[in-house]
Design a protein around this ligand. Structure first.
Ligand code: YSA
Length: 348
């Protein structure tokens, strides 16, 4: 082969090399010229077929061609790597000067907001916030609260049982068991509020959920009277529902208090005139309460001659329903953002 043809091959190979702009094109090029079946390899193989006097010059020229193409190939490979890197950097570039995307921020659930509002009010009245177990012994949920196994009042709390053989274990149907736990652990004076989840085997409707929240309150000391209970609850109701609220106490029965009361406020929707919300009575019941039963005090080792106390328990969902006019308790647990977002402006 003449030196012109080697030169022509060199020029063609270099042109194609510069036209290659990707790693794949480069690999193809390498196979075409420098690979085992490539043009340069084929050229070198021709060496043996030439007359001996032409071989040295041809061999030098062919090897020089191979070396030059190898060098050019390596150089191009570096360039392509840099080109590809630059293209990637350009396509993945982050413009740090662009305004950021604001992630949607959730808000506290209305029940959590209400728990905070209520516990804040009581904290300012000198109460400590404590919490207790949702899975509870029957002893704390009933027996120690003066509701023995055969007592008919036990049916009032439609209980979900976890274990009913030896030692009864239940999902607590109210927060009252914490009265016992707190009194067993401490000595008076006691002033606590206990927010928490409760569970009942309940047919769900507009005002009943099988899972809901209560806030329990307990005050025990020497010389605690019903007047303290009335003053505290009236102040609480006025802070939560407005200073103009009138309050009402009526007799009620709970086995763990004597006497027991239900506590109501005048309906803020009709101002006591009677409407759909208050069932035309003008009053809305918001909690059950009473003076802690002497037997309950004895059950925790307190002397009822020396100590007296009062307790109350309220439903948190019902408070939210009243305060914001929510017509159905089921809205709270359907996870519907259209409902929940209505509460995102309530100060937390
Ligand atoms: C009473 C006297 C005390 O000295 C202390 C506490 C109590 C309250 C008592 N432990 C109790 O559970 N009473 S209750 O059965 O009437 O429930 C209290 C409140 O919980 C109700 O007024 C209601 O607001 C809420 N509640 C009860 N069952 C509910 C419910 N809320 C939603 N769904 C349910 N299924």
């Amino acid at each position: 082969m003449s030196s012109e043809r080697i030169e022509a091959l060199l020029q063609r190979a270099l042109e194609e090399l510069h036209a290659a702009t990707t790693q794949d094109a480069l690999t193809e090029w390498h196979a075409r010229y420098l690979g085992r079946r490539g043009d340069v390899t084929a050229l070198l193989r021709q060496l043996g077929t030439l007359p001996p006097e032409e071989r040295p010059a041809f061999g030098r020229a062919a090897n020089a061609l191979k070396e030059e193409l190898q060098r050019a190939y390596e150089q191009r490979e570096r360039e392509i790597r840099e080109l590809e890197l630059a293209a990637r950097i350009a396509s993945e570039a982050v413009d740090v000067t662009l305004p950021g995307r604001v992630p949607p921020i959730g808000t506290l659930h209305p029940v959590t907001q209400m728990i905070r509002e209520v516990t804040d009010i009581f904290a300012h009245l000198g109460f400590q916030v404590v919490e207790g177990p949702e899975v509870e012994y029957g002893y704390y949920a009933f027996d120690a609260l003066n509701i023995p196994p055969e007592h008919p009042a036990r049916d009032v709390w439609d209980t979900i049982f976890i274990e009913s053989d030896q030692k009864e274990i239940v999902l607590r149907p109210h927060t009252s068991p914490m009265q016992i736990r707190v009194m067993q652990r401490r000595q008076p004076p006691i002033r606590v509020v206990v927010p928490g989840r409760c569970y009942r085997y309940e047919a769900v409707d507009a005002t009943h959920e099988w899972h809901f929240h209560q806030i329990e309150g307990l005050a025990v000391d020497e010389h605690i009277t019903m007047a303290d209970l009335k003053g505290t609850l009236a102040e609480f109701a006025r802070q939560l529902f407005g200073r103009e609220r009138r309050v009402r106490f009526r007799c009620d029965f709970f086995p763990f208090v004597e006497p027991g009361v239900d506590f109501a406020i005048d309906c803020m929707f009709c101002r006591g005139e009677g409407c759909r919300v208050c069932g035309n009575s003008g009053w809305i019941e918001i909690l059950g309460a009473g003076m802690v039963h002497p037997q309950v005090l004895r059950n925790v080792g307190y002397d009822p001659e020396r100590y007296s106390g009062w307790a109350f328990g309220m439903g948190v969902e019902r408070l939210v329903m009243l305060k914001y006019g929510v017509p159905d308790i089921r809205y709270f647990y359907q996870g519907d953002l259209r409902f929940l977002q209505q509460f995102d402006r309530i100060p937390v």
